[in-house]
Design a binder for this molecule. Structure first.
Ligand code: ZN
Length: 271
């Protein structure tokens, strides 16, 4: 098997065994997870997890989500308020059009609800498994073609194959953007206790290099990153207007609220 990002060979990286409940129970018949890392781009995957049968993978996800819900545990939850603020700032400055955007695999629509209640903004949600009570925010799969930009929050780290990444990108038109919240760093730490590897359902870990390769493959030219929202926005064009507006926003807030770069904003260099 080769890297699903750049197709270079992958090598064994580390093994992780769950010894504490509840994960030790969820993983009992699966055993330790072996992670493999690409020798070129550093993209790392939980090979044991991605090799599971579809049925076993669904069961692991179901165990994990039920545990999270029952215990009201907030494991690596996205910073919804900061994400909503970031989207509002971008929208007010005409950098993005929220009406053309869909939150892909948006689950229970937590971000959309925060945006609606506190910012009076509508963010459509698509989720293959969830259709919440607030039906008006959910869009069916056949309507995805009506959107030109995509938002994915806490999703990239759960994807098990290349097609799943491409399906997200396929929504984006030439003038659209891709909003991403996940952890992306220079080098994946060689440490089975690394916080992002803690949930067994996290099986895909991007690096700055693998993201730059994806941007090139998908034809994105520039990106911005908002540290407090822990989110990136990738743009198909390197429009000088975006850079000018980012400078203006930063001077208004008198802080480097947004970072702009041609290519991928490689903000995180280590942990
Ligand atoms: Zn690679």
């Amino acid at each position: 098997m080769n890297c699903i990002i750049c197709e270079s060979p992958i090598k064994f990286f580390l093994s992780k065994e769950y010894t504490e409940e509840p994960y030790s129970l969820f993983m009992k018949d699966i055993g330790p997870i072996e992670y493999f890392k690409c020798i070129n781009c550093g993209f790392t995957m939980g090979k044991t997890i991605i090799d599971l049968s579809h049925q076993r993978w669904e069961m692991l996800n179901s165990d994990f989500h039920h545990y999270q819900e029952k215990n009201n545990s907030a494991i690596n939850q996205p910073p919804y308020l900061h994400q909503a603020t970031f989207l509002k700032v971008l929208s007010t400055n005409g950098i993005i059009d929220i009406n053309s955007t869909v939150d892909y695999a948006g689950g229970y629509g937590s971000l959309s609800k925060v945006m609606n209640k506190y910012f009076e903004m509508q963010l459509a949600v698509y989720d293959p498994f969830v259709q919440g009570n607030t039906k008006d925010i959910y869009v069916p799969k056949e309507s995805l073609k009506n959107y030109s930009s995509v938002l994915s929050s806490a999703l990239f780290e759960h994807l098990t194959n290349r097609e799943s990444f491409d399906n997200i990108n396929n929504i984006v038109s030439d003038s659209g953007f891709m909003f991403i919240h996940t952890v992306i760093c220079e080098n994946i730490p060689n440490d089975p206790n690394w916080f992002y590897m803690d949930p067994p359902v996290h099986c895909a870990f991007q690096t700055n290099k693998s993201m730059q390769i994806l941007m090139d493959q998908w034809d994105y030219r520039a990106s911005i990153y908002c540290p407090v929202a822990k989110s990136w926005v990738l743009f198909k064009e390197n429009n000088p207007d975006v850079k000018r507006k980012v400078d203006l926003i930063n001077s208004e807030f008198q802080t480097e609220y947004i970072i702009h770069k041609e290519g991928f904003v490689d903000y995180w260099k280590g942990f």
